[in-house]
Design a binder for this molecule. Structure first.
Ligand code: IPD
Ligand code: CA
Ligand code: CA
Length: 262
């Protein structure tokens, strides 16, 4: 599948940052046993990955705006286009030596995400989508799952950590959903949760309190794989509110009803 020049630039940046992160990830395994732990090292790796991506993308498209988790927002000379970047999604996994983390890069045009790349460098799985061109993992076309029954479905979520205020809501969600489905997973990388729905591995995913950089790329990958995407309640935009629910079309309504507490 031939992608656009922007897509190729995004893939180049994601692979370059991914290579640097894989090297650092090997080092993390050694640091695990030291008393200081790998915390500072990982923050440095994270910032360095964003620097690599920013350099590639902004050299290639100097007029575009920027929103990155580590370096914040910068308006571009072209106010209609903006990169949205999480250089390392799944930091806790990375920090603990667990190979489930990704580089996430999206391109927004006039408020809409038009291209997304989520690169799981540890497994060399590159998920990408472009508006109208479908969703892909490496050179394989992606399609959401065909499961139609909730009791066969496996869902992903993120359990809020630290001082996040939505923990009680999440626990209520789990109490309602778990008896009705085949399982719930919490793997700790929102961008990959979305990519896995696109790949038909998960049947759906929901989470609250996310940021645009966690989900921008994954959202278009799910849409282009034929998935349904929305806020948890009507009229909520996932990118604006950070709360989202995605699933295949058969499961979307019943799954959403449960999460809404109806
Ligand atoms: C986190 C991951 C996680 C989600 C958190 C995010 P980070 O991103 O996507 O799955 O539950 O809310 O903050 O901090 O690893 O980039
Ligand atoms: Ca993230
Ligand atoms: Ca991050």
């Amino acid at each position: 599948m031939q992608g656009s020049a922007n897509l190729n630039l995004m893939i180049k940046a994601a692979r370059k940052a991914g290579r640097a992160l894989v090297k650092d990830f090997r080092e993390v395994e050694n640091l695990q046993v030291s008393t200081k732990g790998p915390g500072d090292f990982v923050s440095k790796a994270d910032r360095e990955a964003e620097r690599i991506i920013k350099e590639e993308l902004m050299n290639g498209r100097p007029t575009y705006g920027w929103l990155g988790e580590e370096t914040g927002a910068t308006e571009g000379a072209d106010p209609t286009r903006r990169w949205i970047v999480d250089p390392l999604d799944g930091t806790t996994n990375f920090l603990h030596g667990m190979p489930h983390w990704a580089v996430s890069i999206a391109l927004e045009h006039k408020g809409e995400i038009v291209t997304g790349v989520v690169y799981d460098a540890a497994k060399d799985e590159l998920f990408w989508a472009e508006k109208g061109a479908g969703a892909w993992m490496n050179d394989k076309r992606l399609r959401v799952s065909g499961r139609r029954n909730l009791h066969e479905a496996v869902f992903a979520t993120g359990v809020p950590f630290g001082a996040k205020v939505t923990l009680p809501l999440m626990l209520q969600d789990l109490a309602r959903l778990m008896p009705a489905c085949a399982g719930v997973r919490r793997w700790g990388a929102a961008s990959l949760d979305l990519a896995y729905v696109a790949a038909g591995r998960y049947d759906g995913y929901w989470e609250r309190e996310l940021s645009a950089w966690d989900i921008a790329a994954g959202l278009i990958i799910v849409k282009e794989a034929g998935g349904m995407v929305g806020g948890i309640f009507d009229g909520q935009s996932p990118l604006d509110t950070g709360a989202l629910l995605v699933a295949n079309d058969a499961l979307y309504a019943p799954f959403r009803k449960i999460i809404q507490g109806a």
